[in-house]
Design a protein around this ligand. Structure first.
Ligand code: TCH
Length: 326
């Protein structure tokens, strides 16, 4: 399972959790402006927007899971197994192989308005990177500081939804996830009013703090994580400066953190939150934590030569670094 969210204070933040039972071997990869991207159907693009994100690098090519570009646009792919569908080549459209969708959008588009325009003419094809990499079955969240959309390519075509809550998890499709939020409209960060009985008033007490959100689901299913992270995000408060915003962002996503042992996917194999990311889209900084490394690590794309033509990558730090005070 995975969860993605956006958050706005002085700057715009975008990130995700990557939940899975094994790692593909990912790094933080910076694609500078002059790194030649060889698109499967559309040929080589020599100049483009620079990007930073989490990727598996194969044959010197960044297979991004989530990334932002230098214009402040963010995009992440989340599992959409059983629903995602990719298509045959359509000669009347711009054909984009599934594995290069993030690279294509972030290299070409500066904001969501441009993405929407571009998507009208895009056909995502069922083309593998090579025989070692099966097609990922994903849907996508794309966001800038003004708006957020979800892109789902299914049996009946490509759907583009405006995403007002700025969150995404996995199945079912986005409209159903949003519909299920209706079930939680009574929840509140404030203590509840006693409206239980309209006839004879029953004497109830608020015996604990937090009772306004009683009923918010706590399990790890995708629909429950959608509701939980939406509630936490839509009620989040932090001071607007960087450290407080980044800290709050990690708290939002940590509300759907997956602990080893709670979600068995096959005998003895457990899904865990492999990493959690938070990108400052305005400043081009990629912050992350991993399952065992709770210290926030940051990589700033603007500290690199973004005019270079060579891929830059940082191995993720996966070991806990405990700070002793004595
Ligand atoms: C497994 C990841 C999604 C995690 C997730 O959503 N888990 C939820 C599980 S469940 O539905 O709820 O069961 C996805 C996200 C991005 C994917 C990767 C990216 O798409 C980049 C390449 C694409 C290649 O086709 C396959 C390898 C790959 C390197 C992908 C491997 C894997 O499918 C990733 C890492």
């Amino acid at each position: 399972m995975c969860t993605s969210a956006t958050y706005k204070t002085n700057d715009f933040y975008f990130g995700r959790t990557l939940d899975y039972e094994f790692s593909y071997g990912e790094v933080v990869a910076i694609t500078p402006r002059n790194y030649p991207i060889n698109f499967h159907f559309m040929g080589e693009v020599k100049n483009h927007y620079a990007m930073i994100g989490m990727a598996h690098i194969a044959n010197d090519y960044p297979l991004y899971y989530d990334a932002i570009n230098e214009k402040g646009l963010g995009m992440a792919g989340l599992n959409f197994v059983g629903n995602a569908k990719y298509y045959d080549v359509d000669k009347d459209k711009e054909n984009v192989a599934q594995y290069e969708f993030i690279n294509y959008i972030l290299s070409q588009c500066a904001n969501v308005t441009e993405v929407k325009k571009k998507l009208k003419n895009i056909n995502i094809t069922a083309t593998q990177f090579n025989e070692n990499y099966p097609l990922a079955q994903l849907h996508y969240i794309v966001a800038d500081k003004e708006s957020c959309i979800v892109v789902e390519t299914m049996e009946d075509g490509m759907h583009i939804y405006d995403n007002k809550v700025g969150v995404l998890t996995n199945n079912p499709p986005y409209p159903q996830q949003m519909f299920m939020l209706n079930n939680y409209m009574g929840l509140s960060p404030k203590q509840p009013e006693n409206t239980f009985s309209q006839n004879e008033k029953l004497d109830f007490t608020q015996y604990s703090r937090g009772m306004g959100a009683l009923g918010l689901p706590g399990d790890l299913s995708s629909a429950s994580r959608f509701a939980r992270v939406a509630f936490v995000k839509m009620n989040s408060k932090s001071s607007p400066e960087e450290n407080s915003s980044v800290s709050q962002f990690f708290h939002i996503l940590n509300s759907v953190d997956q602990q080893r042992g709670c979600c068995e996917v096959t005998e003895g194999k457990y899904e865990i939150t492999i990493y959690t990311s938070c990108c400052n889209c305005d400043k081009g900084i990629y912050y992350y934590t991993t399952y065992d490394n709770h210290q926030i690590t940051a990589i700033d794309m603007h500290k690199e030569n973004l005019d270079s033509d060579t891929l830059i990558s940082y191995p993720i730090i996966i070991n806990e670094n405990i700070k002793y005070q004595n």
